[in-house]
Design a protein around this ligand. Structure first.
Ligand SMILES: Cc1cc2nc3c(=O)[nH]c(=O)nc-3n(C[C@H](O)[C@H](O)[C@H](O)COP(=O)(O)OP(=O)(O)OC[C@H]3O[C@@H](n4cnc5c(N)ncnc54)[C@H](O)[C@@H]3O)c2cc1C
Length: 363
């Protein structure tokens, strides 16, 4: 397809879903010269991509060889340039901190488990180093050191504020003339050899290809003319936030299933929980309470403080992470990122746009 053809609306690529995944793909495709239309059921970036804590943390998330491991490591490598380019477009900074992550062990058994894990991670290319219990109070003065057996530091872990990334992606897509249609669900798609007919709440439109990036809702789109869509379901998670002086927590701090990090604006975030309860949006006080207790264990001064915020989001959980063609060169999936969609946005955008370029004749 010629460059002029690519820019014609009837050859445009449709994207269902305006979260971090859909918008990162839209930006990448638009930079490559495609006309792109994003259909968003509600408002851009108001679901999981608003809720996410924003850890970019192969050290915290990956400890076995799996298809996810190289993707997570690759996406972490892409992040500095991803943020830099977005900042240049936006003209203002994104809260992105190459702060590292600290895993704490409060018993010899926990310390042994950290060492074993670090060995497996080192084989995958994830570096960490031991930190003696006595050093923790020097560098992390607010962290509980009572009964601390030791810790492990992951220098490659980082954090980003996903809400900053979403604002920047919206601006970057606007600058590349991406058409963003909010309050407009994609309901159905009919795949045929030369095009895809996309039916939305506001009418039908033909496109060259459709990317389904509707997070935990991706299965709600009915697709005909190719293989059925693989399942995805919501894994609800709660987070809490405390407004604290800056530098109260200058890295990610983790113990077991709890993590704490601090945004540049001072908001200290503690998470998280996992509930399989469908799309129930209620905030459960007992889960907020349990997160606050665990945060107060790691940072004892938080015991005297009530969280200033609590929120939930729906992680898109599926057996396999999908980022590529599905059954036809007219259909691409980009969902199932579960706990790591903020981290995986750059690599997903690269893979999906490369597949579209390869299949639809663009280099
Ligand atoms: C509590 C919590 C903590 C997390 N922490 C981290 C973290 O620290 N690091 C990390 O990497 N990841 C984290 N995640 C995961 C991450 O937030 C998700 O994996 C990521 O945001 C998924 O992005 P997405 O664009 O696929 O989905 P979403 O952001 O949910 O976007 C999907 C969009 O599609 C729209 N949509 C739905 N149906 C349709 C339709 N039919 N037509 C058009 N649009 C539709 C929705 O309105 C929504 O805007 C966390 C998630 C949660 C909930």
């Amino acid at each position: 397809m010629s460059e002029a053809d690519r820019r014609r609306p009837e050859h445009s690529i449709a994207i269902a879903g305006g979260g971090i995944i859909g918008m990162s793909i839209a930006w990448r495709l638009a930079r490559g010269g495609w006309a792109v239309t994003v259909y968003e059921r509600a408002a851009l970036g108001h679901e999981a991509s608003w809720a996410g804590a924003g850890m970019l943390s192969p050290g915290g998330e990956i400890d076995t060889a799996s298809p996810l491991a190289p993707l997570a490591i690759e996406s972490r490598r892409l992040y500095p340039a991803f943020v830099r380019e977005l900042e240049e477009t936006l003209g203002s900074p994104i809260d992105y901190q190459e702060c590292g992550g600290l895993d704490l062990a409060y018993s010899p058994a926990e310390l042994d488990a950290l060492k074993d894990r670090a060995k497996r991670q080192s084989d995958l290319g994830i570096a960490s180093k031991p930190v003696a219990a006595g050093q923790v109070s020097t560098f992390w003065p607010r962290v509980r050191t009572d009964k601390l057996a030791g810790a492990r530091f992951y220098p490659g872990d980082a954090i980003v504020n996903p809400r900053d990334v979403m604002s920047a992606l919206a601006a970057a897509c606007r600058a590349r003339a991406v058409s963003v249609v909010e309050s407009c669900s994609v309901c159905r798609a009919r795949i045929s050899p030369n095009e895809v007919a996309v039916e939305t709440a506001h009418g039908a439109q033909n496109h060259s290809a459709l990317v389904i990036a509707a997070g935990a809702w991706s299965n709600s789109i009915s697709v005909s003319g190719t293989d059925p869509l693989p399942p995805v379901e919501p894994a609800k998670g709660h987070l809490i936030g405390y407004q604290q002086p800056q530098q109260t927590c200058n890295t990610i701090v983790r113990h077991g299933h709890i993590y704490i990090l601090q945004r540049a604006n001072g908001l200290m975030i503690a998470g998280s929980s996992v509930e399989r309860v469908g799309f129930d949006r209620d905030i459960q006080p007992e889960i907020i309470h349990s997160l606050a207790e665990r945060a107060g264990f790691l940072f004892p001064h938080l015991r005297d403080t009530t969280p200033s915020e609590g929120w939930i989001g729906f992680r898109p959980a599926s057996e396999t992470l999908h980022m590529g063609m599905w059954g036809s060169p007219r259909l691409y999936l980009a969902y199932g990122h579960y706990r790591n969609g903020i981290l995986l946005a750059p690599v997903t955008a690269e893979r999906v746009s490369a597949a579209i370029n390869a299949n639809l004749g663009m280099r």
